[in-house]
Write a protein that binds this ligand. Structure first.
Ligand SMILES: [Zn+2]
Length: 103
């Protein structure tokens, strides 16, 4: 049984230049090549109603956009940056509740 809630946000770079993607509050920077997409994933333990980075319910992500960069706030307990095939770009070092089921 998986007692972890998952939220996924797909970010497309539809421009001609690489797009800087910053994932907060971890300040992790990833560059998305032109015409490619990546997926920001965050996990939160089930039953834990509060997402730590927002006081509103059911807002797993917030996005700040600037002309040449985008900042994604992942309001779960961890983040992962993947491509759409699920290949992860960064190892998770942030206490992912999916990797460490309630123990
Ligand atoms: Zn995770």
């Amino acid at each position: 049984m998986c007692a972890v809630r998952v939220a996924r946000l797909v970010v497309h770079n539809d421009g001609e230049e690489p797009l800087e993607l910053t994932v907060e509050p971890w300040a992790e920077i990833h560059e998305i090549p032109p015409k490619e997409a990546c997926v920001v994933v965050t996990h939160a333990p089930a039953g834990d109603g509060d997402r730590p980075s927002t006081s509103y319910e059911d807002e797993p992500f917030e996005v700040d956009h600037r002309p040449d960069s985008v900042t994604v706030w992942a309001n779960g307990h961890c983040f992962h940056i993947c491509d759409r095939e699920g290949n992860e770009f960064y190892p998770d070092d942030y206490g992912c509740p999916a990797a460490n089921p309630a123990s």
